[in-house]
Structure formats: C-alpha cells, structure tokens
Design a protein around this ligand. Structure first.
Ligand SMILES: Cc1ncc(COP(=O)(O)O)c(C=O)c1O
Length: 434
C-alpha cells in the first residue's frame, strides 16, 4: 500500500474518485441486467452446479455459488493470479465501497453504513467486542441465540467483566405469539440494560422474531432515557437475509449482522454488518481496517473523513476474489425480485409444515404463521434422534440437517433451488419413517 495512493485519495472523497455519488452508483449496479427473469425458479436452479443426485434441503448452511457469482470469482482469481500487486492496486481504493453500495441497493440504507466481513461469526464477534460499555452496563441476550452470539458475548465477558444475562422469549416455539415475545422482552429490560442481542430467525426452532415490534418497544424505552443510557439493539439476521422482503433499516435495529454465503448465494467467506448512526456511535473498531483509516495513521487525513463502514471493515488481505464477486449475488436477488423470493420460500416452507403437521409420528416445532417463521422447519420424529433422521433421509437421497443445539431437532430448509415435487418426496421420506 503506497502512501501516495492514500494522499491522492485523502484530498478527494471516495465517490469523487469513483466519479459517482454513492446512491446513484448503488442504483446503477442494481439496474445492471442479471440474465434471468423475475421468479424464474427453474432457470435459477440451472445456474447451480449442485448435483441432481440429491434433493438439497440444507443449502442454507453454506451456499453453492450460482453461475454469475462463480464466473465473477473466476475473473478476479485469474486477474490476481496473473498480476496480484497491480490488480490489487487498481481496485483497493474503490472496490469495498462498490461492494457495500451493492449491498445497500439490495438491503436498503447506505453503503457507508456497511462493514464487510468474512462471515456472520466475524460480524457478531466484531460488534460484541467493540461495543462501548460502562461498568454496570448489562447485555441482555436470549437462550435462543446461536453459538456465535453466545461465545462472542461470553468472550467479551471474560475479557472485560461485562455482564451478560440470558432470557427465554418463549417456552414453546410452536405456539409463540408476537405479543408474548414483546412482553417477555419488556419484563426483562432493566435500567442498566444497554444492549439487547437477539437472532432474527432461530436456527434452533425456525422461529422468526417480530424484530420490528421489539424495536418499537426498545424505542419507547429509549425515549425516556438520556442518549448515553439508550439501548443498542443488535440482530443476528443471517437466516432471513435473502428471504424476507424488507429494507433492513426499517426493522428498527441498530446492528444487523449477516453472512452473505447462505440464503443470499454470495461467495463463501463473505458477510456484512449494517449499523445505524446510534449503533456505530456506540462502537469501537477491534481490527484495523485497510481503508482510509490507514491514511489517518499515515497523517494524510482525519478520522471524520473516513466512512464508518470502511473504518469498521476488518483490514488485512482477504480472499478478494470472493469478496469482490459479492455484488453478483445481490444483482441476482434483485433480478429475481425480493417480493417473489419471499413468497416462494414461504410457499415451500408452508407446504413442508402442512405435510409434517399431518403426520402422527412427527412433532413440529416451527410456527405455522408466515409472520413468525421463515425458511427453516424444525421437527422431531417419534422414537428417533435427529441425527438418525438425517442419515435415514440421506440414504433416500435427501440432504437435510440436525440443529446444532443442545436440544437438537431434524431440520428442512426449503429454498429457491427446490420445487413442490421435491418437497413432496421429502415428506414421503419422513412419512415412511413411521
Ligand atoms: C443463527 C446463526 N448465526 C450465525 C451462524 C454462523 O454463520 P457463519 O457461518 O456465517 O459465521 C449460524 C450458522 O448457520 C446461525 O445459524
């Protein structure tokens, strides 16, 4: 990295270097034609190298790269292999902002508010390590969160003595109600609660939390607090991102943390953190970024000239061919239509739940309601552990997963690459386990 590169940059804003204003750039990227018609699911399936020897009902764990993403990775990989130093120098000053702008064109908000990460886990660890806390401040989390949230908070507590309290937002996932969840949260918030950490869609039960209503409650608590005491609301949004047709800022949280290598079909090893003004204001970076913050260190510019998302993006060299191909995944989702994606995934999940609900030997743990569930269906088969269900189904050519939690369930994740007939075959497989 050359000082003169930074100095050139520091006298100009990044958009000026790009010759664009960021929002215009975002919409230009969004408008680029992706070679597919909205809602064309068979054409989408053809974009994946996924073997047809199996029915894939666990692709959300780690994406297979659709063709436009795979092609972009290959283009970048080849250019890096031919001439890594020049290729990096040509792009490093502008490309993170382009990737963040393409994310914003899909998820709403501004590219400047988005930090790029390598996974959900990295984003969670960054946010929970960097939140500014005073002695006595409490972090309130839930018993429904993933290992990555639990451990990020536990590690923070071990390092700093931060107080973490864990609550249940529901007892029985299948009968959860929106009002019940909000009530549990309201009862749990104390005067020293400074952070609320939750997971949008629980990979343990398939429950989708009513995040907007929870944010409304937190807003009403914050309205009676001094700014320094206001609660920062953090959401692990990974299962939901790439399904639900929402603008992320409209959810009302302060941090939205997600991997982009699951439902979004982005390159493996990519993710992001979107932060509100209050969220970022309450945070410190924990990993030095290779953004213009480097130039602040060199003395060429001041910290206020660096967009916060850039400053929070962990630096060092990454697998850039993957990160730089991420815009292709957002373009693909926009071309397919966010509204159509949401209704297709919910339709296939409803079909799955309706089928399972009719089986006497099956206990469904995911709510039937579209408002309280998303793309995951969790259940038990009488007299059979979840791992055995998974392996019996694998023998029948159906790939599913067991939830990686102390209380484990069998789990289907019907997604855009599935169709109605595959769901019926998977249901027949479970029916035959009776
Ligand atoms: C709710 C939840 N959060 C975080 C993760 C970890 O995601 P990543 O692999 O992107 O770090 C998972 C794993 O699937 C998860 O289910």
């Amino acid at each position: 990295m050359k000082r003169r590169d930074f100095l050139k940059l520091s006298s100009l804003s990044l958009p000026a270097v790009l010759g664009l204003n960021p929002s215009a750039h975002a919409s230009t990227m969004a408008a680029l034609p992706a070679n597919i018609k909205a809602g064309d699911w068979p054409a989408l399936r053809d974009m994946f190298a996924l073997t047809r020897s199996y029915i894939h009902l666990a692709t959300f764990l780690l994406a297979s790269h659709p063709k436009p993403v795979a092609d972009a990775i290959e283009r970048h990989r080849q250019a890096f292999d031919e001439n890594p130093a020049d290729y990096w120098h040509e792009h490093f000053m502008t490309i993170d902002a382009e990737v963040a702008a393409s994310a914003a064109s899909y998820m709403g908000g501004k590219g400047e508010q988005i930090a790029l990460t390598d996974s959900t886990t990295m984003g969670l660890a960054m946010v929970y390590s960097g939140l500014k806390l005073r002695p006595g401040d409490e972090i309130l989390q839930t018993v429904h969160d993933h290992y990555s949230t639990d451990l990020s908070l536990q590690l923070r507590a071990e390092r700093t003595g931060a107080q973490v309290r864990r609550i249940a937002l529901y007892e029985d996932s299948a009968t959860i109600t929106e009002a019940g969840v909000v009530e549990k949260l309201e009862e749990a918030i104390k005067t020293n609660t400074k952070v609320v950490a939750v997971t949008w869609v629980h990979s343990s039960t398939g429950v989708k939390l009513p995040v907007r209503s929870m944010a409304d409650l937190i807003d009403s608590v914050n309205a009676d607090r001094e700014e320094a005491d206001q609660i920062v609301f953090c959401v692990d949004g990974v299962h939901g991102f790439g399904i639900e047709n929402v603008d992320v800022p409209s959810l009302g949280c302060d941090f939205f943390i997600a991997g982009t290598h699951k439902w979004i079909f982005g390159p493996r090893g990519t993710g992001l953190v979107w932060g509100s003004e209050r969220g970022w204001h309450n945070s410190l970076a924990v990993i030095p970024s290779f953004s213009r913050s480097y130039d602040v260190w060199l003395g060429g510019s001041t910290q206020d000239q660096v967009p916060i998302g850039e400053h929070m993006t962990p630096g060092g060299f990454h697998s850039f061919e993957h990160r730089w191909a991420l815009p292709e995944a957002f373009k693909l989702h926009l071309a397919l239509g966010k509204d159509k994606i949401q209704s297709r995934i919910h339709q296939l999940n409803s079909q799955t739940k309706a089928g399972l609900a009719g089986m006497k030997h099956v206990r469904l743990h995911t709510p039937a309601s579209d408002d309280l569930s998303s793309g995951l269906v969790c259940f038990e088969v009488e007299g059979m552990g979840p791992e055995e269900v998974v392996s019996r189904m694998h023998e029948k050519g159906i790939i599913m997963s067991a939830t990686p939690y102390r209380q484990s369930y069998a789990r289907f994740a019907p997604s855009l690459i599935n169709n109605e007939e595959e769901i019926e075959r998977a249901l027949a497989g479970i029916r035959a386990l009776a």
